[in-house]
Write a protein that binds this ligand. Structure first.
Ligand SMILES: NC(=O)c1ccc[n+]([C@@H]2O[C@H](COP(=O)([O-])OP(=O)(O)OC[C@H]3O[C@@H](n4cnc5c(N)ncnc54)[C@H](O)[C@@H]3O)[C@@H](O)[C@H]2O)c1
Length: 254
């Protein structure tokens, strides 16, 4: 068992599934105390129960990251349980509509940006306020290869993901002296329920799009993305801030 996060309190959003769930398991194995957040209560509680049954410290709170009240309550819950926040993995997100821009409804646009971009801002706002009181911390946001490239028929998702570098770098600049590091991780095609849903939608719509294979010739696992987040959260990355770590099997090389 590793100990890179021993005794650190870490918030994981989107912890009920995919990358968030696999990452939470890794962080717990590395010694972290976890505040798990998700809109999916069944999945979030199930993970908290699994981790505590294995002797780990984990608490779940239902959180919609697009709601400021929910995010404030999430951070308060972490402080109530553990008195401090050392790290946060702002990972909750939704996929895309599979529509070209002229077909996207304004409500769909706001929904995706509200979760995938404003949600990250809200989490950072309250996490940073807490970290300022306890001497610093490390924040990792989840972006995507869609933070670098356009994907077909995903304008609202690409916009939200392109936007995520802004608050990441801005906060890295503004809070470095407060010992708060802020980075972003860009997963490529990762084998999670989200990618499966998107693939099904795309096949159903008979959209072929552009066929990009990662250079490594396979999708990544949620654990492989989680390992990148774990490193950025840990003191091993103590000189890394404002960076974007691509974990995409080489997808963005060509
Ligand atoms: N899977 C991929 O290939 C891939 C690639 C690049 C980026 N990403 C990003 O990684 C992150 C995790 O994706 P995943 O593949 O694990 O997806 P997933 O669907 O398996 O998990 C996403 C989790 O976020 C939760 N969630 C959704 N809306 C929420 C909200 N408003 N508030 C709180 N929780 C909410 C869901 O309930 C779910 O548990 C997302 O931000 C996604 O955009 C995924």
């Amino acid at each position: 068992m590793s100990s890179e996060l021993a005794g650190k309190t870490i918030i994981v959003t989107g912890a009920g599934s995919g990358i968030g769930k696999a990452s939470a398991r890794l962080f717990a194995m590395a010694g972290a105390y976890l505040l798990l957040a998700d809109v999916n209560v069944k999945n979030g509680e199930s993970l908290a129960n699994e981790l505590t049954a294995n002797g780990k410290m984990a608490r779940f709170i239902r959180t919609d990251v697009s709601s400021e009240d929910d995010v404030r309550a999430m951070v308060d819950a972490a402080l109530d349980s553990f008195s401090r926040i050392d790290g946060a993995f702002n990972n909750a997100g939704v996929g895309y509509s599979n529509k070209r821009l002229h077909l996207v409804e304004q409500a769909e646009w706001h929904h995706t940006l509200g979760i995938d971009l404003t949600g990250v801002f809200l989490c950072m706002k309250y996490e940073i306020a807490a970290m300022l009181k306890t001497g610093g911390g490390s924040i990792v946001n989840t972006g995507s290869v869609a933070s670098i490239l356009a994907l077909p028929a995903a304008p609202e998702y690409v916009t939200a993901r392109h936007g995520i570098l802004g608050p990441t770098r801005s906060a890295a600049l503004d809070y470095g002296k407060d010992k708060i590091r802020v980075n972003v991780i860009y997963p490529g095609a990762t084998d999670t329920p989200m990618i499966n849903v998107q693939q099904q939608k795309r096949i159903a719509a008979q959209e072929k799009g552009t066929s990009h294979q990662p250079v490594l010739g396979r999708s990544g696992s949620a654990e492989e993305v989680g390992q990148g987040a774990l490193w950025l959260l840990s003191d091993a990355a103590s000189y890394v801030t404002g960076s974007a770590l691509t974990v995409d099997g080489g997808f963005t090389l060509q």
